[in-house]
Design a protein around this ligand. Structure first.
Ligand code: SAH
Length: 256
């Protein structure tokens, strides 16, 4: 079934009114008609199955026929991804949304080759996250925060934070995760901030600064991953380790 995120105010009791992009998709792209069913999400973690009763230019309306909760990952991975050239940042947003990342912070690093995103680019990135969330069946949209400098990012993080660095003596991801199990019932480890560097990597002074802010260096193995691959690999490994790649509700809410 086709899924659409809509603003919460579009859902009133049992009635749903869909406007804008999703209404255009329904009528002009998918050519759905009254009587067809779609799934509508309001970013609350709840999915509503809706039977369309009217499809017109710019508006589609319908009635809710059922409702279900969608399990979001029990571990919140927030990806602090360096800005990247070309469409690589978009790739990161799309794939990491699919795998279960809960938030993105674009970070300007010393060696970042890309500039700060303007409003138009942020809007485009939000759309990519929304479409990936609809495709992959997320119940809540991953948050895209405004771009910040590397130093601002390090100073503002709260909770367990990891910075992936190539070579050196960084502890492996599995060792770090197993030494501090990521279970949602231990509130402090239900969230991980993950820093991934630009194409040229982090500078030595950035790694030193991160360490003074309590961000732990982590290795992802002996192969050098591209900047757009590393976050996806690390996020998938963290979610695997926390049990969030198992089917069913997230583990660790007192039920595991
Ligand atoms: N030439 C750069 C490579 C950067 S790869 C260098 O030698 O540093 C881009 C980013 O991906 C890195 O900054 C790091 O955050 C992450 N990354 C890639 N491979 C990794 C690995 N094997 N271990 C840890 N981090 C890795």
């Amino acid at each position: 079934m086709y899924r659409f995120f809509v603003p919460a105010e579009c859902i009133r009791n049992e009635a749903v009114v869909i406007r804008g992009g999703p209404a255009h998709q329904i009528r002009d792209v998918l050519r759905l008609k009254a009587g067809d069913r779609v799934a509508v999400l309001d970013d609350s973690g709840c999915e509503y199955e809706v039977t369309l009763d009217q499809v017109s230019r710019g508006t589609a309306s319908g009635r809710i026929c059922s409702k279900r909760d969608i399990a979001e990952p029990g571990t919140e991975v927030v990806l602090y991804q360096s800005l990247l050239k070309g469409t690589r940042f978009e790739f990161v947003l799309q794939k990491c949304t699919e795998v279960g990342v809960c938030g993105f912070v674009p970070v300007a690093c010393e060696r970042s080759l890309a500039r700060y995103p303007d409003d138009k680019k942020m809007e485009r990135w939000r759309r990519i996250i929304t479409e990936a969330s609809e495709q992959s069946g997320r119940g809540k949209l991953p948050r895209l925060q405004p771009a910040v400098s590397f130093r601002q990012a390090c100073q503002s993080v709260q909770g367990p934070s990891l910075i992936a660095c190539v070579g050196g003596v960084a502890t492996g991801l599995r060792s770090i995760l197993r030494s501090r199990p990521l279970t949602a019932d231990r509130g402090d480890y239900a969230k991980v901030n993950l820093f991934i560097g630009p194409e040229g990597g982090f500078s030595p002074s950035e790694l030193e600064f991160a360490s003074t802010c309590g961000v732990s260096a982590v290795g992802l193995g002996n192969r050098v991953l591209r900047a757009e691959t590393a976050g996806l690999v690390a996020a998938a490994a963290i979610l695997y380790e926390s049990g969030d790649l198992e089917p069913g509700p997230p583990l660790g809410n007192g039920e595991a």
